[in-house]
Design a protein around this ligand. Structure first.
Ligand code: GRF
Length: 210
């Protein structure tokens, strides 16, 4: 039986390469999602242009400074997401910490990608922190968002070896992002095609195909 594509909202702040990977996979038919809303909190975010070019129906820059506080900004974003009936909220290089109200409004429906193997190296400098710590393997993590930073249940991870030549975090970041661009659409596809159960913190994929 063919699965019905799921409407998603993508929130981004920057380059938008993960958004692009999701859009491409959706277009190629390998990821049954419809990117319906793209919101950026920065006017210069390249993600806005990527979304426009791809014909995303609702592409909006929302200026955080126009709101009294983070919660009010998140209500505005949430209202747009709800208005367009998006089932999931996909954070892709979104540099804001979402408020508690937002997390509860879209409980277990917000997904994030982090450029390290959580729970190691959470926070804004995951690639640098892993490199400076001297790990031999890092990678990326797709996870559900909960009240704590980079903390929610893990949906998928991909490992990336750290090479002796990785003297600069940007070299490692490029290889991690190559993995991200595979892992993010792949995980979203699995969420639609297979579904999962949450057992405590554990994501257990249905159909026994972990
Ligand atoms: C990615 O590396 C992701 O792990 C992190 O922010 C970066 C966003 O890159 N959360 P892009 O905007 O998708 O190119």
């Amino acid at each position: 039986m063919a699965v019905t594509a799921v409407a998603i909202a993508v929130l981004a702040s920057g380059r938008g390469s993960n958004l692009q990977a999701i859009l491409q996979a959706a277009q190629a038919g390998s990821c049954p999602v419809v990117v319906t809303v793209v919101i950026a909190d920065r006017a210069q975010a390249a993600a806005l242009e990527i979304a426009q070019r791809a014909g995303v129906p609702v592409v909006q820059y929302i200026d955080p400074k126009a709101y009294e506080n983070r919660a009010a900004f998140d209500v505005a974003c949430g209202d747009l997401i709800t208005k367009h009936a998006c089932q999931w909220v996909v954070l892709a290089g979104y540099m804001r910490i979402v408020s508690e109200g937002f997390v509860h409004r879209f409980s277990e429906r917000i997904i994030n990608i982090h450029p390290a193997l959580l729970p190691a190296f959470p926070g804004a400098h995951g690639v640098e922190d892993a490199l400076h710590h001297g790990v031999k393997v890092s990678g990326c993590t797709v996870h559900l968002v909960d009240d704590l930073l980079d903390h929610g249940p893990i949906l998928a991870q991909a490992a990336v070896p750290v090479l002796d030549d990785d003297d600069d975090a940007n070299v490692l970041r490029v290889r991690i992002q190559q993995q991200e661009h595979q892992l993010y659409p792949h995980t979203l596809a699995k969420m639609v095609n297979q579904g999962f159960d949450l057992i405590g913190r554990r994501v257990v994929w249905r159909g026994g195909k972990g």
